[in-house]
Ligand binder design. Structure first.
Ligand code: CP
Length: 307
């Protein structure tokens, strides 16, 4: 995998996704055995670019790189000449002369694709408007730990089923043979995504479908939600809250899902909106394990992809 970009996870075959997760689990085991510093990329540098705010991604990816022996440069696009109009292509060409891997959080997925096209080093997606692949790896590791298996997970995502997180869960679900129920208003359904995943789903036995019925959470292994107003969609806030309020994850939804279901949220959460305090702080919630796993999966991605 060395030298490859990670933009969506669609570009990785199912065994490669499993390999990244096995590597993540191994890094986590070694971390708890006291082997935190594993400098396999000593002396190399990771450049992290953020067009949007971040807590988990910024810190976990930086710490992961340090723990692999790397130097880290973090900058917002406003701190780079990008903010004054230097092209993405020229930025990619320049940075490739200094660093061994570039990771970026961007508003437009197309900018990430352009960065990857012109960079001669690997480019990793730290969230775009279309995908959040590193988060989905952390989610899969969390479910593996809590459910004791990596394949055949049944997950219901409630709320904004057209967003980047729903898309990335569908992608990883297709790679790992999961049943993904994307439950939310029909006008947000991204039917094209389901067809893009058809080949992987046929190979792994995954089943990915949309529904408007909250009752479809019944019997799942995991209930997942995300903010209703993603970064960049603030102008639509009022309308989205109205549209999505029937899909709030509250005690009734968790009871419908059943006691076997764990609750996941990529965070940050808007408590009282897409999820109640009672659920996110309740006994079925695994959100802090999920947040921790951003570190171990970022470490695996940097370890595997950095040349
Ligand atoms: N889940 C996630 O990406 O969190 P941050 O926005 O804090 O990085």
């Amino acid at each position: 995998m060395r030298g490859r970009d990670l933009l969506t996870l669609l570009e990785f075959k199912p065994p490669e996704v499993e390999h990244l997760l096995e590597l993540s689990r191994d890094f986590k085991r070694r971390y708890y055995a006291g082997e935190i510093y594993i400098p396999i990329h000593r002396g190399k540098t990771a450049m992290l670019i953020f067009e949007k705010p971040s807590t988990r991604t910024r810190v976990s990816t930086s710490v992961a790189a340090y723990q692999l022996g790397m130097n880290v440069v973090v900058a917002s696009s406003q701190e780079l000449q990008l903010g004054r109009g230097e092209t993405v292509a020229d930025t990619a060409r320049t940075l490739s002369r200094y660093v061994q891997v570039i990771a970026a959080r961007v508003y437009r997925h197309e900018d990430l694709e352009e960065l990857a096209r012109y960079a001669s080093v690997p480019v990793i997606n730290l969230l775009s408007d279309k995908f959040h692949p590193l988060q989905s790896l952390a989610d899969a590791l969390t479910l593996w730990e809590h459910k004791g298996r990596l394949r055949g997970i049944r997950l219901a995502f409630l709320g904004d089923v057209g967003n980047n997180m729903a898309a990335s869960l569908a992608v990883i679900g297709a790679k790992l043979g999961w049943e993904i129920r994307l439950i939310g208003p029909k006008r947000l359904w991204n039917e094209r995504l389901a067809s893009a995943l058809a080949e992987d789903a046929a190979a792994t036995g995954a089943n990915i479908y949309f529904s408007e019925a909250v009752e479809d959470v019944k019997g799942v292994d995991a209930v997942y939600t995300d903010v209703w107003v993603s970064m960049g969609f603030e102008k639509e806030a009022e309308e989205r809250v109205r549209l999505l309020s029937p899909y709030q994850v509250n005690r009734r939804v968790m009871e419908l899902a059943g006691p076997q279901a764990v609750f996941l949220h990529c965070l940050p959460a808007h408590r009282g909106q897409e999820v109640t305090d009672e659920v996110i702080d309740g006994p079925q919630s695994v959100v802090w394990d999920q947040a921790e796993n951003r570190l171990h999966t970022a470490k695996a991605a940097l370890a595997a992809l950095t040349p």
